[in-house]
Design a protein. Structure first.
Length: 283
């Protein structure tokens, strides 16, 4: 399974036996809770997974969305019916930024066949594909989490990567520049980091841009896959969208994935000893 799956391909896959496990991970930083959207309608057979409560640990010094404890994540995924030998498709409302967090966590946990629904729930419903309000009761899955299959870096390693490779900041330009900071203690970005807003992964149709378009975008930033690359955002969620985009573009691959600074700016900015660059330049 590739990083993305189209609505038509998913429709076909759902009629196969066995069909993919579906996870609904709709989420918004400012609310309302994704569970409310799920209750109003979701893909048939999809299980809701709460990004804040189940795909992250409690907020704290490690950031606003620290990586979950592997044992807790294993329990969540098994409850959702996830098995190692059955593909998983995850979706969110539209742009894939929240679904990418689930995609990355499953890959980090050792699952080999995970994809994000291109266009999310918005694309599915725009094509009048079936939805339901029925909540499924999947049998318990047997997936065993083996954490560490995707690279994770801390603040010190992120600082080094920004100088020795490429560290991509997935936040909006105004947050990268330090013009505004609605969530974290200080404004700005990791010195040396390059701005690669996650919102630019999506084209005018609401679907992800082509691999060629994304590869050109990363090349314009100097990211071609020849040097180490990693990503961060506000709290480690939308940065996963950058990691998915890099792989979709062919800049990285499953054998040589980019790294996630999981604590991201929420971790970096909490330490007053760490420098913060401002303005449009990397610094």
């Amino acid at each position: 399974m590739h990083t993305l799956i189209s609505t038509d391909d998913l429709m076909s896959a759902l009629s196969a036996d066995p069909h993919p496990t579906l996870l609904d991970v709709r989420w918004s930083l400012l609310g309302p809770p994704g569970r409310e959207d799920y209750a109003e309608g979701h893909l048939p057979g999809a299980v809701f997974v709460d990004l804040d409560a189940e795909l992250a640990a409690e907020p704290g010094p490690a950031g606003r969305h620290p990586l979950p404890d592997p044992a807790v994540l294993q329990e969540v995924l098994r409850r959702a019916g996830v098995d190692a030998d059955r593909p998983v498709v995850v979706y969110d409302a539209d742009n894939g930024s929240a679904a990418a967090r689930a995609w990355w966590l499953l890959r980090w946990a050792g699952h080999r066949s995970v994809a994000v629904l291109d266009g999310g729930y918005a694309a599915w419903t725009a094509e009048h594909k079936p939805t339901t309000t029925e909540v499924p009761e999947p049998g318990p899955g047997g997936f065993r989490v083996r954490a560490g299959a995707m690279p994770v870096i801390d603040a010190e390693e992120a600082a080094a990567l920004a100088r020795e490779g490429a560290l991509l900041d997935a936040r909006a330009p105004e947050r990268y520049r330090g013009d505004v900071e609605p969530m974290d203690p200080r404004a700005g970005h990791v010195p040396g980091a390059l701005n690669a807003p996650f919102s630019e992964h999506i084209g005018e149709t609401g679907r992800w841009r082509s691999p060629g378009d994304l590869a050109e975008r990363f090349a314009a930033l100097g990211v071609t896959g020849h040097d180490p690359v990693g990503a961060y955002c506000g709290s480690g969620v939308t940065a996963c969208s950058v990691l998915l985009a890099l792989e979709h573009a062919g800049v990285t691959d499953a054998g040589n994935p980019a790294a996630l600074y999981a604590g991201s700016w929420s971790n970096w900015s909490a330490d007053p000893e760490r420098p913060a660059a401002t303005g449009a330049e990397a610094g």
